[in-house]
Structures are given as C-alpha cells and as structure tokens.
Ligand binder design. Structure first.
Ligand code: MLT
Length: 260
C-alpha cells in the first residue's frame, strides 16, 4: 500500500491502473478493502485509488472529525495523490462525505458517484441510534458492532450462501477501531442535510443502489438521483448495502459506463 502524510495522519491507499483518477471512499465501519473488485475490475478504465479515511483501516488516528472536515481532508489527499480533479465514489458514509465535498469543493470533481447513500440528515430516531452504537463500540468493542452491522449490510442470501464474503466483511468491520466507530457515529449524527444543494450540482452524478439494501432502503438514493441536474440511477440486482462486494460485475459495469 502507498501512503501520504497529511497533518498528524499517514493516509494509506491502494491504487491500480492509469488514466482518469477514480477515488473510492468506503462506508462505515469499513475500509478500502471493500473495493477490491473495483481495483481489479476497473484498472483498465480508470486509475483506481481506494483510500483508508483518517481513523479507518491502516490510516490510524483517534482524532474526532465531522463529515465536512473529512471532506476537506479528502481534497488535500486528492491533491497530494495527484488525483485532483477526479471522479469520486463514496459508499454510504463515504457518500455523505463525497456529497459534502461535491457541494463545498465542486472544482475538485469531474464526476460524482454515490453508492448506497442519501442526501438527508439523520432522523431523531437515527440520531439516538448513533449514540447507542458509539456506546456499544466503547463498552463492548468492534466485534460487537460487527455482529450487529453484518446482517444489516449484507443480504440474507449472501449471509447464507457466501461465507467467504461474510468472513471478509467481518474481518473488515472487526478491524475498525472502537474509537473510530464512536467518532464516525457522532460525525454522521451531526451531518448537514444536503438535499437543497442537489439541484445546484453541475457535475454528472451517478447513484448506485443495491436492490435489497435494508440499511438504507432505496428511496433516499432515488430522490437524490432525481434532484440532481445531471443525475442517473442504477439499481444493482441482488445486492444489499454493499453492491461493490455483493455484485461487483454489475457495479463495475455501471462505474465503467459512467466514465464513458
Ligand atoms: C455506512 O454504511 O457507511 C453507514 O452504515 C451509513 C449510516 O449508518 O448512515
């Protein structure tokens, strides 16, 4: 893996291929490894860069952050990695960050891909859930959080029929530090509602949704695609919250088509 020092944090990332940069931002509580099939499958189309956000994966940090501050740091990362401007894809929490970046740093993006995410802020019940999850992480650790999240991000079919994928996702989630889980929960709880900003986005936007996402059901993503001036929607068959792992073939086809 390559790395770049930004402030107090060494940001780790994996890259493959040449050409137009595609920066991939993982969800919560995950890291760059969810994009393995995109690094391999899209390196002929893009220069694919999958990053571990500050605090996640190998990019160790215990600093608190907000969705907007992470977006600002991601711009610094893109510049340092010579991937500015780029096509930016963010999954779920990564999508919140990508949207914040698109609204606040539009010049940084030639295209925006939002995977399994939405523009709305948390509901009051959602905000309470963040507090509980942060507490679970701090009291019982990442293993307990992974146990709770796994059946929410993967479909029942994946859980029953693809033990290899389940174990990969479990490893990724269990490796996320408890302190990062708490920091990210609070960051997501406090994030701004970006819905009103969508019609003003000038860049092409692709929204990719898993057909059977039970964590963030498709309605939010559909509204997002409709509200953007240049929005397109692709629904990935058979996938839950993490279509890049559950149906990489269809996800890669959508991402490759977007660059054309
Ligand atoms: C994610 O997958 O990044 C998060 O679960 C999204 C969320 O909880 O809002």
């Amino acid at each position: 893996m390559k790395s770049i020092q930004l402030g107090n944090t060494q940001w780790y990332y994996e890259e493959k291929g040449t050409g137009k940069p595609l920066v991939l931002v993982h969800g919560f509580p995950m890291d760059h490894r969810i994009w393995k099939d995109q690094l391999e499958g899209l390196c002929g189309v893009y220069r694919v860069i999958a990053v571990d956000l500050k605090g996640f994966g190998k990019s160790r940090s215990s600093e608190a952050f907000t969705i907007d501050s992470m977006a600002d740091e991601l711009v610094a990362f893109m510049k340092a990695a010579n991937a500015y401007p780029c096509v930016l894809a963010g999954l779920s929490m990564g999508g919140y960050i990508a949207l914040s970046l698109a609204v606040r740093h539009p010049e940084a993006l030639t295209g925006l891909i939002i995977v399994s995410s939405k523009s709305e802020a948390d509901t009051p019940a959602g905000k309470e859930g963040r507090q509980k999850l942060a507490q679970l992480a701090q009291e019982k650790g990442s293993i307990a959080v992974a146990e709770q999240m796994l059946p929410r991000v993967l479909t029942e079919e994946t859980i029953k029929g693809n033990p290899e994928l389940v174990s990969k996702m479990r490893q990724i989630m269990e490796a996320c530090p408890a302190n990062t889980i708490a920091n990210a929960s609070f960051a997501m709880r406090e994030r701004a509602d970006r819905t009103a900003d969508l019609p003003g986005l000038k860049m092409p936007v692709l929204v990719v949704l898993g057909e059977r996402d039970s964590l963030l059901p498709g309605e939010g993503g559909r509204k997002l695609a409709e509200a953007c001036a240049h929005g397109r929607l692709v629904v990935v068959e058979g996938a839950g919250h993490v279509p890049c792992m559950e149906n990489p073939k269809a996800t890669n086809a959508a991402l490759a088509e977007f660059v054309r």
